[in-house]
Design a protein around this ligand. Structure first.
Ligand code: AKG
Length: 314
């Protein structure tokens, strides 16, 4: 797989000789595996082909209009946009996030279970994992909001962030202008950072002094490319002020044997200097739409869906 790596060329060439080849499934080179460990991310280009990408986009449209029964899917809208006031075919242009869609949408389930992807994850992390979170992040043209700098492990009360991996798959070209992923290479090695909610539950950010923002890089991707990243990697996406769509699915997996902990265990990782909780699994402030009322949010551990690898449509 092609990646932008920063490794010493001679060392890389030597390591690549030990990476076995497979005729059928993609393999990361030893250089790419080393990049994941050192930089906290690696890009797998073309993990899904155009038919798979089109099927995922059609499923997202159909969930928004109601043509596909949404079952347990949760749709979250950009602030100030009320689905009740929108015709069904316009709703997807105001949606920011879909969650829990796998049982409702076979095409999206296939993306999560993609055999090629899991062959690569096996190489990075070892055999045996579950899917525990599924989201589609579809920053709409002109109004798509930013996602502040964060570490995904701040959202999950799992006690070993190294056993969690995020996979972000582009369904449109993801470019600087429409809010592609930006990240700080190597930031996963800095450990768990204190986070604070900004003004709504989806906007939980690393306290800015802890982000080495000057070292950020933008990861531009084509539809079907996957960014595979460590759960402590600092990452961000900018607002989408452009006329371009920027749809993506994001899956989180953890290796079997990872342990869901209580709040106290999460607090041992994510805390302020005074020891108080600094993760994202408890609201830090009342909801802005009703400052008198605390958020109705209740933390829920992962869904733990078994992995049943399937060949993508291509
Ligand atoms: O796709 C995006 O805009 C942000 C995705 C992300 O980092 C997240 O939701 O954790």
């Amino acid at each position: 797989m092609a990646v932008a790596a920063h490794a010493d060329a001679r060392h890389a060439a030597a390591m690549d000789q030990i990476a076995p080849a497979s005729a059928t499934l993609p393999r990361f080179t030893a250089t790419e595996i080393a990049q994941y460990r050192r930089d906290g991310y690696v890009v797998a280009r073309g993990i899904m082909g155009p038919r798979s990408v089109a099927a995922c986009n059609a499923a997202l449209s159909d969930l928004a209009t109601g043509h596909l029964p949404a079952r347990d899917t949760v749709l979250m809208y950009e602030s100030g946009h009320d689905p009740a006031t929108l015709p069904p075919e316009q709703r997807e242009f105001a949606i920011r996030k879909y969650m829990d869609f796998v049982p409702a949408a076979p095409a999206l389930e296939m993306a999560a279970m993609n055999r090629r992807l899991h062959a690569l994850l096996d190489q990075l992390l070892g055999d045996g994992r579950v899917l525990f979170q599924e989201m589609a992040l579809v920053k709409p043209p002109h109004i798509g909001s930013e996602k502040p700098w964060h570490q995904d492990a701040a959202y999950f009360r799992l006690t070993d962030p190294g056993l969690i991996v995020g996979v972000w798959i582009a369904l449109d070209a993801a470019l600087r202008e429409n809010g592609c992923m930006e990240l700080v290479p190597g930031s996963h090695l800095d450990g768990a950072m204190p986070h604070q909610h900004e003004n709504d539950f989806n906007r939980c950010r690393i306290i800015p002094q802890h982000v080495r923002a000057a070292e950020r890089i933008a990861i531009e991707m084509q539809p079907g490319d996957a960014l595979i990243f460590h759960s402590l990697l600092h990452h961000y996406t900018a607002p989408n002020a452009s006329p371009l769509r920027r749809r993506a699915v994001q899956f989180h997996y953890h290796q079997i044997g990872a342990v869901w902990g209580e709040l106290a265990a999460h607090q041992r990782l994510f805390h302020f200097p005074d020891g108080s909780y600094a993760g994202c699994t408890v609201p830090h402030a009342p909801e802005p739409h009703d400052p008198a009322k605390p958020s109705g949010y209740t933390y829920r551990a992962g869904l733990e869906r078994p992995i049943l690898p399937v060949d993508p449509l291509d």
